[in-house]
Design a protein around this ligand. Structure first.
Ligand SMILES: Cc1ncc(C[n+]2csc(CCOP(=O)(O)OP(=O)(O)O)c2C)c(N)n1
Ligand SMILES: [Mg+2]
Length: 598
């Protein structure tokens, strides 16, 4: 007898297809064979990509969204398979990136019996406790007929408000249990919901009054601008009122780095003109930014910001981030793009705005002077010919080799700090990094998600030697799915960012932070290029700075997965105009300027 009833797995897969999800990334286990079976039936509608580590699948889903602007899903098994996922969930959660994590669990009939891979010692089938702190919400349908509601609510929760990952934890039998005759229709449950709330209109008027009265205004952008699709509006406002735009690390590229009003990075490791302008601002308009410790020089006044007396206008879709770290002159809960449109409309309605360029000249001239000082400070690093390669030169050579539409995904470590300082992102997704959770491997794996999201764009990952070794299984995935990505392994033979802390804060007492040959004490690493070749990936070694840009170009031109093992020095740390405090250990010193005192 045939039946119209779909089982739980089929409803989930059908819902993903209806949401036009092109891919699921994951790794099998006995806990998710029911889901795989449903995916098998829909092979022509949704592509399943099997990775060699669950965290890799999660990072791929994360970066897929950062590039495509649309979420995908992951699948992992019960027990250890899904326990490999929280790192990726935490990363997505803290950077406000949605993906749907479909995790398997043990059969409902075996709950609390201690079946194979059940987490049961505190509560039955307790994967939800594992991920409670790592995602927006966990759904755990325990009957087939609960699946339609769970899947549609999970999707809606993930994409509305401040986006974030959601877990759909499905017991083994529920994938196969009868669920529904019809799958929920996204047009009813998610597609027609807008979270683009505007700001309180009186607040908009006040914001415009404050911006017009300001003598030293600065706009600070975070990733809310990128994800809100607000780059055109940002540019319009900046140009109209001639306000310079500084960025948190996640906001870089919101306006092109070479735009005259672009200041670049505000951070402990940020450039002088950005930090020195932001900390002198009389009005700071912060758009979708969290003010974490790295952006804010550990909140020590006078380095990145001086709030107060700077009057802060803080706009964010999540009111929890407003007034978390700094007092606000005006806090507005709003979608950044809607807010900017409100501001532009309010400006249209004001009679005469006067000559903004003339009014702003003094402020912009002063900033141009700070920029000159910074440029002079860093100039020599661009031409250093030494081997191992000077890291500033390396960042510059990689950046200049990238075409306009390239996507560079960074991993976590000292290389990321160099890239943030010396790359010149042209688009909001030119330079992708993790700023909240910061897990090693994000870039190693994430670049595969970038390539799937943008097959026609060159995709390059710059990754630490430590992180690459941790997640080298990606080589196989790139071959199996023909993903022509380029990894530049920033090979400094160390967990160098952490060794830098031992050198900077602990008097050079180094332990467990470098890779050495046991007999000779010489720097040790596997031969990464040979490792790549063993997996079928092209691999080359670069020792001279002058060869790096050409190597990146050749790798991109090859149209194949490619690894460049770049021998890069670790004795220099990227200095910035801000500072970082490690409580109990002290505060770093800025490399230029000092503490600004109003
Ligand atoms: C999964 C994980 N483990 C540990 C850390 C702590 N950590 C941050 S950076 C870093 C060193 C990374 O070394 P490498 O990948 O070689 O990058 P480098 O700093 O040398 O550029 C470590 C261990 C982390 N962020 N993520
Ligand atoms: Mg390293």
């Amino acid at each position: 007898m045939t039946s119209n009833i779909l089982n739980g797995g089929q409803v989930i897969v059908d819902y993903l297809v209806r949401e036009k999800v092109p891919y699921v990334f994951g790794l099998c286990g006995h806990g998710n064979i029911g889901l795989l079976d449903a995916l098998f039936e829909r092979k022509s509608d949704i592509t399943t990509i099997s990775t060699h580590h669950e965290t890799v699948a999660g990072f791929m889903a994360d970066v897929y969204y950062r590039v495509a602007g649309r979420p995908v899903a992951t699948f992992t098994s019960c027990g250890p398979g899904s326990a490999n996922l929280p790192i990726a969930l935490g990363n997505a959660f803290l950077d406000s990136v949605p993906f749907l994590a479909i995790t398997g669990n043990v059969p409902t009939s075996q709950f609390n019996r201690g079946a194979f891979q059940e987490l049961y010692r505190h509560y039955q089938a307790d994967f939800p406790s594992t991920v409670r702190a790592y995602c927006k919400h966990v759904f755990q349908p325990t009957r087939g007929d609960m699946v339609p509601l769970a899947v549609r609510q999970a999707w809606k929760t993930m994409v509305t408000g401040r986006p974030g990952p959601v877990v759909l934890d499905v017991p083994f039998d529920i994938f196969k249990e009868a669920a529904a005759e019809e799958t929920p229709d996204p047009r009813e449950w998610s597609a027609n919901i807008s979270s683009r709330c505007g700001a309180d209109p009186e607040g908009v008027t006040r914001a415009v009054d404050m911006l017009l009265a300001a003598e030293r205004p600065v706009i600070l952008v975070g990733q809310g601008v990128r994800y809100g699709g607000a780059t055109a509006e940002l540019l319009a406002l900046a140009q109209r009122l001639q306000i310079p735009v500084a960025s948190s690390a996640s906001g870089l590229g919101a306006i092109p780095a070479e735009h005259p009003l672009a200041l670049g990075l505000v951070s402990r490791g940020g450039v002088y003109h950005a930090n020195h302008a932001a900390r002198q601002a009389d009005v700071l308009l912060a758009l979708g930014v969290r003010f974490d410790d790295r952006t804010s020089s550990s909140w020590l006044p006078g380095y990145s910001f001086t709030i107060p007396p700077t009057k802060l206008i803080h706009v964010d879709i999540d009111p929890n981030e407003i007034a978390r770290n700094y007092p606000v002159a005006l806090g507005l809960m709003a979608d950044v793009r809607t807010f900017l449109r409100q501001v532009l409309a309010e400006l249209d309605s004001r009679k005469s705005l006067g000559d903004r360029a003339a009014a702003r000249k003094k402020w912009l001239d002063a900033i141009a002077g700070y920029r000159k000082e910074w440029d002079a400070l860093v100039a020599s690093g661009f031409t250093d010919d030494a081997t191992p390669i000077n890291p500033q030169r390396a960042a510059h050579e990689i950046d200049r080799a990238l075409p306009e539409d390239a996507i560079l995904v960074s991993d976590i470590g000292v290389h990321h700090n160099w890239l943030l300082q010396f790359c010149k992102p042209k688009r909001p997704d030119s330079l992708i990094g993790s700023m909240g959770f910061g897990p090693m491997g994000f870039g190693v794996a994430g670049v595969l998600g970038a390539k799937l999201a943008a097959p026609d764009r060159p995709c390059v990952a710059v990754v630490g030697d430590g992180a690459f070794f941790m997640h080298a299984s990606v080589l196989g995935t790139a071959i199996e799915y023909e993903l022509p990505v380029v990894w530049v392994v920033w090979n400094n033979y160390a967990y160098a960012s952490i060794r830098g802390l031992q050198r900077g804060y602990l008097g050079g007492r180094e332990l467990a932070t470098d890779f050495k040959h046991p007999q000779t004490g010489a720097p040790y690493n596997p031969d990464f290029a040979a490792m790549a070749r063993a997996a079928g990936v092209e691999g080359v070694r670069v020792d001279r700075p002058g060869d790096l840009a050409d190597a990146v170009r050749a790798a991109l031109a090859s149209g194949k997965p490619y690894l460049i093992d770049a021998n890069i020095g670790a004795d220099k740390n990227p200095g910035g105009a801000g500072v970082w405090e490690l409580p109990g250990h002290g505060v770093s010193a800025p490399v230029i300027g000092g503490r600004y005192q109003p």
